[in-house]
Design a protein around this ligand. Structure first.
Ligand code: PEP
Length: 254
């Protein structure tokens, strides 16, 4: 059975101290809210990872993730971080394919496929993002774009390895813009992704994969979005930087 998940993406925000203090607030507020089939993940900048893992403690339902990793195991890649290094902090997740990485750091589907392999070899769980731009939606190309992102970025995995993957549908035009996909628009894409998963793998994989919605999700719109049949929670950017907003979103999870 798939999990219902809320993951926060702090992006390049918060000093070391601010991150620890926000995380402590979140953990205190959510610790009695999380039920068996739910998972909360905080994806922080690299500088916070190890301390957040320690603050979360063993058995805590709040897990920690990074927002990127390099595709190579190690070596002369100044300024980069490997999947093994992330794992060595105790973090368990990594976001790959975020539209900001695709757009600002020219991360292609081909490169992402290598990062996916590196993350899985290290033993990380992957939150893999797909989503169309405004032009691609307006020209009715969005399904094709999303299918290609999946086919070229992550469909080389076996169904066993794919069980370590969470997908996030994040329409680029909705990220950080205050514009949200309507529940119907989001549900349509989530159902479509599940359909492709069934074709690529089988119905069991399609039913077991959590698909999160991301794009200006907030405490006001989370309930209607998460209430859609194929939406299993959210990847939250801006609202994850305010403990109260983030926890309100967590409370909406079924
Ligand atoms: C994100 O960065 O993944 C995201 C969904 O951002 P926001 O919630 O701010 O739109």
């Amino acid at each position: 059975m798939r999990k219902n998940i809320v993951a926060g993406n702090w992006k390049m925000n918060l000093s070391y101290q601010e991150g620890l203090s926000l995380f402590s607030e979140v953990v205190n507020m959510v610790k009695d809210e999380i039920r068996g089939n739910q998972q909360i993940v905080i994806c922080s900048p690299f500088i916070h990872l190890q301390s957040l893992v320690q603050l979360a403690g063993k058995g805590n339902k709040v897990s920690i993730g990074a927002q990127n990793c390099h595709q190579e195991e190690k070596g002369a890649f100044t300024g980069e971080i490997s999947a093994n290094q992330i794992l060595s902090t105790g973090a368990k997740y990594v976001i790959l394919g975020h539209s900001e990485r695709r757009a600002y750091f020219a991360e292609s589907n081909e490169l992402l496929a290598k990062k996916v392999d590196a993350a899985l070899s290290a033993g990380l769980q992957i939150i893999f993002c797909v989503g169309e731009t405004r032009e691609e939606r307006e020209s009715n190309q969005y399904k094709k774009v999303i299918k290609t992102q999946l086919e070229e970025g992550i469909f080389h995995l076996s169904s066993t390895n794919f069980s370590h993957v969470i997908l996030a549908y994040e329409p680029v035009w909705a990220i950080g813009t205050g514009l949200t996909a309507s529940p119907e628009q989001a549900q349509e894409v989530h159902a479509y992704i599940r359909e492709i998963l069934a074709e690529q793998f089988n119905q069991q994989v399609a039913d077991d994969t959590s698909i999160l919605y991301g794009g200006s999700c907030n405490p006001q719109n989370a309930a209607t979005l998460f209430g859609q049949k194929d939406i299993d929670g959210g990847l939250i950017g801006g609202a994850s930087l305010k403990s109260r907003d983030f926890v309100e979103i967590v409370k909406v999870l079924e």
